[in-house]
Design a binder for this molecule. Sequence first.
Ligand code: BGC
Length: 767
Amino acid sequence: MNFAIKKLWLKHLTLCFSLALFTSFSYAQSKIKSDEDWFHLADSLLKLLTLEEKAGQMTNVGLTTLTKGPFWNSFDTLELDSDKMHNLLIKSNVGSIQNKGTYPPCRYEWARIIRSIQDYIADNSKHNIPVIYGMDAVHGANYTAGSTLFPHQIGLAATWNTELAIITGEVTAYEMRASSQMWNFGPVLDLSKQALWGRIFETFGEDTYLQSKMGVAFLQGLQGNNISDTLKVASCLKHFVGYGTPVTGKDRSPALIPEHYLRQYYIEPFKQAIEQGALTVMLNSGTVNGMPGHADHYLITEVLKGELGLKGFVVSDWEDISRLASVHRVAKNPKDAARVAVMAGVDMSMVPYDASFAQHIVELVEEGLVPMSRVDDAVRRILFVKFKLGLFENSWHNPDHYPLFGSEEFAKKSYNTAAESITLLKNENKVLPLNSETTSIFIAGPTANRLTSLNGPWSRTWSGDDPSFDDAGKKTLLDALKFNFGDNNVSYRQGTDYEGEVESYEILLKQAKNADVIIVALGERPSTEKPSDIDNLELPENQTELVKRLAKAGKPVIVVLLQGRPRIIREIEEYADAIIHAYWPGNEGGRALADVIAGYVNPSGKLPYTYPRHSAALYTYQHKGSDRLDHTFGMDGFNPQWEFGHGLSYTNFELSNLTLSRNTFSKNQKLIIKVDITNTGDRAGKEVIQLYIRQLVASISPDEKKLVGFQKVYLEKGEKTSVEFIINDHDLAFVNLKNKWVTESGVFNIIISTRPDNFLESSFNFE
Ligand code: BGC
């Protein structure tokens, strides 16, 4: 410990309480450099706290516990209630607040609310410890009116462009700070190998490598190198671990994942994000192998905090500690649940309706059921993050210091991301792009004229399905097509809703027959978490029927998909000449889609998951080899609608000259892989070069293939470039049945592809 820090300690230890202490911490903050220093500072504050104050720091409540009216109110203003503030912030010492009511406040209102809370604490509490305010800013600062709404994470993953992930993180952090929000409940690092799960859209998809690269890049944008920078925020990785692959596909339901798979596929993205500086982690609300995520001492304390070295704190998900008693039955009652969770390693409870958790902690310590050392460890971690985040210096911000909030510049960044996410799944006879000068369009379908169908959930409200919060001036797909093709060349009829009746063929045909092309915009009603549970992965029948009826008009049919997960469209596929998958592309998604349709943008998105063909055949690309392909016995093997990594372009890209720097390599050596790629088509475009390895024989059944690298290049028409990848022995490793990473010698294939059906192959030996 250096002398300056020692002096600082003495200084604030003698100062003790209130503003004087606050000033000394602020001063200390400007001097401190390393995490160790922050922890010393946290320790010195910790020593001043009573048990009640510590328990309060471990408690997170929803904002509407502090406002007038009931918790679930529908008011369009948020008025803080001084009695509730006193009870929760002063008497119960609550240290963390999160989220909001049921409408999106503007950034000035956010500043007012958060400043009032922080000021209340400064004026009335003994130690003046600011609250850490948590927010689900999962595709931009989505709970602030007027913020930039980006594509959801799954669309970001479909860009296969880490630069765009950095930019999305940067803008999100900027607009969160502009709203006085500094702790983001994201990125979502749940690997999803379950197409039925309603939250796939919040993830980076099914592949560990893609997930890790995009997650780390997003984090870099969000946090930078210094989270106290007033343009950066702290992240909260979620939901550790295995949440994204529930057996039934239902949210918050049991997952069965052997530990070696858990380590190889699911833990790895968290590991890399923690190495990149992530300081907080939210837990899995479900169970893995029968053990609830919030009670799992092994995963939380030994793996997450121990092996992965998480320095900050672990927060529960919504109400999930009390659910250890009410749902999972590993505790007798809410107080016992608090004991189980805290002893497993949970540091903060998202209660979120009251401060009962804090009371339970006090009693548990007094009864000797939770040692004070565990409470101290939790609070030390929380204070460390509060210090490191700069909360003692800036507990709120003046929105006027963020002039780029909701700007055209940011909208352009969102547009670029949406444009690169759009994935062209099918383009028979090159029906796309359409000539915007000469083509007339008839467009129908439930997602054709809705901004909510572009933004999806977590957009202004939780479900995102309320059009009264639509942002003025943003274009639906219909608006954007009219803009590109001319008002008179685009006609529209919804034809059917997400579910329900379909208009008769006669009515539809009246309009459709006058157009050159029919566009049908389909998809899911926005929803997340439990409301997103489904029993059937097929798109609702009425939507399939709409396509069938419109196809009878005898015009080319283009299907646009706006949905959170890969809803099965097997029956629709044969009627469609072109199919475009746009995920939930955000506020600029309508323009991006219309620009792809008109050919102003050459699509370059690639599927971040396997798109299934049948509900009872939900595979991921990595395990396809394990299913027998034997037509004699009617075994289809791996036969998805489209495989992971698929995505077409309006131009052609040819791979050639695949070379390996050596045929044999061993531990501590590198293998350099080079390939040429040429744009042989008639227009410029971006393409993703994907690098996979396939181990031919291993001691446990190896992955069919495994992504170990990707690069996105831009090539003018006729242009050629060379791309280089370097891999080492870790890229060949897998986790064996003893849960250890191992690399086994043998023959490996190298597969370089732009799509599953456009690839070059070679092989090497590993000794
Ligand atoms: C979700 C989390 C979210 C939290 C706070 C929970 O229900 O599962 O992802 O961060 O609520 O809104």
